[in-house]
Design a protein around this ligand. Structure first.
Ligand code: PGA
Length: 251
């Protein structure tokens, strides 16, 4: 009953022209895909053109980040209503690269998730442990802290609108995917945590995506796991063929 979500995070790739070429190809290849929500996240500069190109299609647009204020003297930032206006329906928040390189914390993630919800954007909130944290047996401790921190002060009704992406940092862009069992273990624990914080009904409906080297050749086994409700795909979302195959995963 949870509709799977396959989201492509393009990171800092693709000019406007390249973005349009990619979505034109993708749109044709996934036109017949059913029972799955398809999302692409271009760079800020390409959002508007991509959203216009995808109007009326089965592919939605996400930003890769969002600021928590609506407007103001915040040079370089983009507010949630502006993203909505440009054609976004989703916002990726708290990606590990933002946590690692741009000072994102659980507190800023929380502010951004709240602001996105207020503007009617669906947050795709990313969490995940570093390799040394996994090796030290701290995976669940880290993920729990990030999940709790990200949803602090948010009502159960609003938590129900959030998508969580579990992305072990050691699996991102490394070609090293978590095994389906490793991912399932964490997804199941996240769902249990949400049940405790927001109630069983919210937890049962919550979409939890796996991210980290998802490819055409490993998506099927991942999607067979009970608590994996989709994928956040980086590298393999930059080519229409591979992303379309991921969208058309088979369980
Ligand atoms: P990857 O990236 O698929 O290239 O590992 C995933 C992500 O960063 O969301």
């Amino acid at each position: 009953m949870r509709i799977p979500v396959i989201a492509g995070n393009w990171k800092m790739f693709n000019t406007v022209g390249e973005s349009l070429a990619l979505v034109r190809d993708l749109k044709a290849q996934v036109a017949d895909a059913q029972g799955v929500q398809i999302v692409v996240a271009p760079v800020f500069t390409a959002i508007h053109a991509v959203a216009a190109e995808l109007k009326g299609s089965n592919i939605a647009v996400s930003s890769q980040d969002v600021y928590w204020e609506e407007t103001g003297a915040f040079t370089g930032e983009v507010g949630p209503a502006m993203l909505k206006d440009a054609g976004c329906a989703y916002a990726i928040i708290g990606h590990s690269e933002r946590r690692q390189f741009f000072g994102e914390t659980d507190d800023t993630v929380n502010k951004k998730v709240k602001a996105a919800l207020k503007a009617g954007l669906i947050p795709i909130m990313c969490v995940g442990e570093l390799l040394e944290e996994r090796e030290a047996g701290k995976t669940m401790q880290v993920v729990e802290k990030q999940v709790k921190g990200g949803i602090t002060g948010i009502s159960s009704d609003d938590i129900a609108k959030i998508i969580i992406a579990y992305e072990p940092v050691w699996a991102i862009g490394t070609g090293k995917t978590a095994t389906p069992a490793q991912a399932q273990e964490v997804h199941k624990a996240i769902r249990a945590l949400i049940a405790a914080l927001a109630g069983t009904q919210v937890a049962v409906g919550l979409r939890i995506l796996y991210g980290g080297s998802v490819k055409a050749d490993n998506v099927d086994v991942l999607m067979r796991e009970e608590d994996i409700d989709g994928a956040l795909v980086g590298g393999a979302s930059l080519k229409a063929d591979s992303f379309a195959r991921i969208v058309k995963f088979s369980k």
